[in-house]
Design a protein around this ligand. Structure first.
Ligand SMILES: Nc1ncnc2c1ncn2[C@@H]1O[C@H](COP(=O)(O)OP(=O)(O)OP(=O)(O)O)[C@@H](O)[C@H]1O
Length: 295
C-alpha cells in the first residue's frame, strides 16, 4: 500500500476567468480521515471532482492510490468510491434490492451480492427497513443508503462531498459513527464539509481552503493552537454575543484585553473564558488570508 492515498502538487483549475483552485498541495496518509473545510464556493467540490477523475485539472498533478488522475484515470476509478455521484439509488426499489442490484452491476455473483448486501445493511443500521421502498425513507436513512450503495464494491479510498449537509443532529452523529467504522476497516476517507465541528470530530487532519488555496492544515488541535490558547467571550444581558477575543490565557493578557474593552461594552456584560472552537480557527485563518490578499 502507498504511504499516501492522495497526493496533489500545484493543482490548478479555472472556469473561464475564475480561478477556483490556485495551486493546491496536499497529502492524505492511507487509512486516515482527511477533512477539507471551506465555505460555499471555496472549490471543495471541484477538488473532489478532479481527484475522482470527473473533472480535468488545468495544471499541477494529483495521485490517488498511487495513480495519476489524468493519465491513469481507469485505475483511479477502480480504487475509489464516490458518494452521491456513481451511487444511483432507485426510489422505487427497497434498500435490499438496490444493494443487490449494485452488487451484480459490480460483477458479484448472486450469492456474493446477497452476502455483501447483508453486511452493508448491518453496518449502516438499515436491517429493520431493508424491505421498505426507498421513497418512504427519512433523509438520514436515505443518506446512509447512498453511502452503503457507493461502498458495495470494496475500494480503498472514499470521497464524501458534504456527507451530512441537511441532516439533523441525530442522523449526523449516526453517520459520523459509520464513517469512523470505515476508517477502522482501513479505508482512507476524504471528506468536504462546511461544518467545523464535523472536521473536528472526525478528521485526523484538516485543511482549510479559502480563495482557491489551502490557508492552513494540521490536526484540529494544531489549528486551534494557531488562534490562541483561550477565547474571552463577552455576552450581554440577554446572553447575546458581544465580542470574542483570543488570549494567551495569562492574567496580564486578560487584564489588558478587559481594560481595552472597559467603557466600550455595557456594565452588565458577562465574561467567560473558553477553548477556541473550529469556528474561531476558521474566522482567524480566512481573515488573515483575505487581509494578505488585499495588501
Ligand atoms: N462547471 C463549472 N463551470 C463554471 N463554474 C464552475 C463550475 N463548477 C464550479 N464552478 C464555480 O467554481 C467555484 C467553486 O465551486 P465548488 O462547487 O467547487 O465549491 P464548493 O466549495 O464545493 O462549494 P459548495 O459548498 O457550495 O458546494 C464556484 O464559484 C462555482 O460557481
Amino acid at each position: 500500500m502507498h504511504e499516501f492515498a492522495i497526493e496533489t502538487k500545484g493543482l490548478r483549475k479555472a472556469f473561464g476567468r475564475q480561478t477556483v483552485l490556485d495551486g493546491i498541495d496536499l497529502t492524505v496518509r492511507a487509512g486516515t480521515i482527511f477533512a477539507l473545510l471551506g465555505p460555499n464556493g471555496a472549490g471543495k467540490t471541484t477538488l473532489i471532482n478532479i481527484l475522482s477523475t470527473l473533472t480535468k485539472p488545468d495544471g499541477g498533478s494529483a495521485y490517488v492510490a498511487g495513480r495519476d488522475v489524468v493519465r491513469e484515470r481507469d485505475a483511479v476509478k477502480r480504487s475509489i468510491s464516490l458518494t452521491g455521484q456513481f451511487a444511483a439509488v432507485d426510489d422505487m426499489l427497497t434498500a435490499k434490492e438496490n444493494l443487490r442490484m449494485m452488487g451484480r452491476l459490480s460483477g458479484f455473483t448472486a450469492d456474493e451480492a446477497r452476502a455483501r448486501t447483508a453486511e452493508l445493511l448491518k453496518l449502516f443500521d438499515l436491517e429493520a427497513s431493508a424491505g421498505k421502498l426507498v421513497k418512504t425513507y427519512s433523509g438520514g436513512m436515505r443518506r446512509r443508503l447512498d453511502l452503503a450503495v457507493s461502498l458495495v464494491a470494496d475500494r480503498p479510498v472514499l470521497f464524501l462531498d458534504e456527507p451530512t449537509t441537511g441532516l439533523d443532529t441525530v442522523s449526523r452523529r449516526a453517520l459520523w459513527e459509520t464513517i469512523l467504522q470505515l476508517r477502522s476497516r482501513g479505508m482512507t476517507i476524504f471528506l468536504t464539509t462546511q461544518y467545523l465541528e464535523e472536521a473536528d470530530q472526525l478528521a485526523d487532519r484538516i485543511a482549510v481552503i479559502a480563495g482557491g488555496r489551502i490557508v492552513a492544515s494540521g490536526t484540529a488541535q494544531e489549528l486551534k493552537s494557531r488562534v490562541g490558547e483561550d477565547m474571552i467571550e463577552l455576552r450581554g444581558a440577554d446572553d447575546e454575543l458581544l465580542a470574542v477575543h483570543a488570549t494567551d490565557g495569562s492574567i496580564q493578557d486578560i487584564r489588558r484585553t478587559l481594560n481595552e474593552l472597559a467603557g466600550k461594552v455595557p456594565a452588565d456584560t458577562r465574561i467567560s473564558l473558553r477553548k477556541p472552537s473550529m469556528d474561531d480557527v476558521f474566522v482567524a485563518l480566512t481573515t488573515t488570508r483575505l487581509e494578505e490578499a488585499a495588501q
